[in-house]
Ligand binder design. Structure first.
Ligand code: IMP
Length: 423
């Protein structure tokens, strides 16, 4: 297996955790390259269900090396809790989890600012994990990185500096309480002590691995439409969730990446605010949400659900350079009499075949649908493509044709075993 990027081709929650888990046995390294603990990657193994927020899902496979790359923002408390959770279930991470010294650290003031901004007009519907404010500090060149955390003197100086500014902001703009330096410094030096053994220069580790022909799996978080450049800005996350982020977020050059696999749900979901042209009417929304258990793995928020939007996924195929597609949760559509696939948008008398970059247009556009017959049969026990109901195959074939991209894998349930190839 070459070096592969797994990327969400919709608004996140496409089932990347499950797909990573399937590809992981054939990889040597599994790497997270962006986002933070706003992600929630669920892997179901028999009766056990694991939700991983920061550590790559590949950690569930013995002997695999997992890397949290420089492009990730790390809440040390969340990371330590995740390490403890895995260790308590008998999954040892020691010696096979590596954290980039260049990754940026989330502090409580990032979370607080995220919360305060969300209470104001024009909220994004964030996970309130401090992701946006942490990336903002990174870009403003005032962030604190893992390497800084490990150096007491540097941490002291940087934290004191930044805390002055953050406390003033919290008090003056948001009328909120600030943070006390001593308590924060103590808390974070303790995290540094506990995380030190995992930290290193992951850029060198990964490039050395590639030189030795090891195989890398890049685990994208969130989805293309949440990408800060290519998504529905400003209703996006603050990182590059697209495949390009795999390079900048790990220090592995683009020439070393061989393949991009896009993950799509057989329908569409999104959490948080922002345009969603194919959103279901309330009754269908309730039905699919219930059947698909569409509640956020990180925040528990109900997800908005809608028809499959090929304009969205075509955009994803383009901006990620997607070579192959995996379709998840096909079984959730089992009961429907008929299905719709969005094939264009209409807005102010214009027809759009491409995803509009102007959010105002996107907010106003009407989806144009193609209607297909439902299969109305249980697919959860199907173990090969040929055994799928005729109309389920027709649905997948139609999506493949519209996207002009090969569907390679189909998933019909949360368990590892409920997955089969298209061949
Ligand atoms: P943030 O990443 O917490 O700043 O949230 C920004 C937007 O991205 C919000 O609409 C969130 O609901 C969404 N978001 C962030 N992480 C995920 C995810 O893992 N799955 C789905 N949506 C996400």
């Amino acid at each position: 297996m070459p070096n592969i990027v797994i990327v969400g081709a919709q608004w996140g929650d496409e089932g990347k955790g499950k797909v990573i888990d399937i590809y992981a046995p054939r990889a040597d390294y599994i790497v997270r390259y962006q986002g933070g603990n706003n992600a929630g990657h669920t892997v179901v193994i028999g009766k056990d269900s694991f939700i991983l927020h920061l550590i790559p899902s590949g950690i569930l496979h013995k002997g695999k090396i997992c890397v949290i790359g420089n492009g990730v923002v790390v809440d040390p408390k969340a990371l330590l809790e995740e390490i403890e959770m895995l260790e308590s279930k008998g999954i040892s991470v020691k010696g096979r989890l590596f954290l980039s010294e260049q990754a940026h650290i989330i502090f409580p003031y990032h979370r607080k600012l995220d919360e305060m901004k969300e209470e104001r007009k024009g909220k994004i519907g964030t996970t309130k994990k401090g992701i946006g404010p942490c990336y903002a500090d990174k870009c403003a060149r005032v962030g604190i990185r893992v390497a800084d955390l490990l150096d007491d003197d540097v941490l002291k100086e940087k934290l004191a500096d930044t805390l002055n500014e953050k406390n003033a902001l919290l008090k003056k703009i948001y009328d909120a309480e600030g943070f006390i330096f001593d308590a924060l410094y103590r808390e974070y030096t303790d995290y540094a002590r506990r995380l030190r053994e995992y930290t290193c220069n992951t850029v060198v580790i990964l490039n050395e691995a590639i030189r030795k022909n090891k195989r890398i799996l890049f685990e994208g978080a969130q989805g293309t439409l949440l990408d800060v450049d290519h998504g529905t800005y400003p209703f996006v996350t603050s990182s590059n969730a697209t495949a390009g982020g795999a390079s900048t977020g790990t220090g592995v050059g683009p020439t070393k990446i061989d393949k991009v696999i896009g993950i799509v749900k057989a329908y569409t979901t999104r959490v948080g605010e922002g345009p969603f042209p194919t959103e279901f009417p309330p009754e269908l929304m309730e039905k699919i949400r219930k059947k698909g258990k569409e509640f956020g793995a990180t925040t528990g928020r109900p997800r908005r659900c809608g028809w499959f939007d090929s304009i969205v996924v075509k955009h994803s195929v383009m901006v990620n350079g997607i070579d192959e597609i995996v379709v998840t949760k096909l079984d959730v559509l089992d009961d429907l009499e008929s299905l719709k696939v969005c094939v264009g948008y209409r807005c102010e008398g214009r027809f759009f075949k491409n995803f509009p970059t102007n959010i105002r247009i996107l907010e106003q556009c009407e989806p144009v649908y193609e209607e297909l017959p439902g299969w109305q049969e249980d697919t959860t026990k199907v173990i090969s493509y040929t055994k799928l109901p005729k109309y389920a195959k027709a649905y997948l074939r139609r999506i493949q044709t519209i996207l002009d991209t090969k569907i390679v894998l189909i998933s019909v349930g949360s368990d590892r075993k409920q997955t089969f190839s298209r061949e």
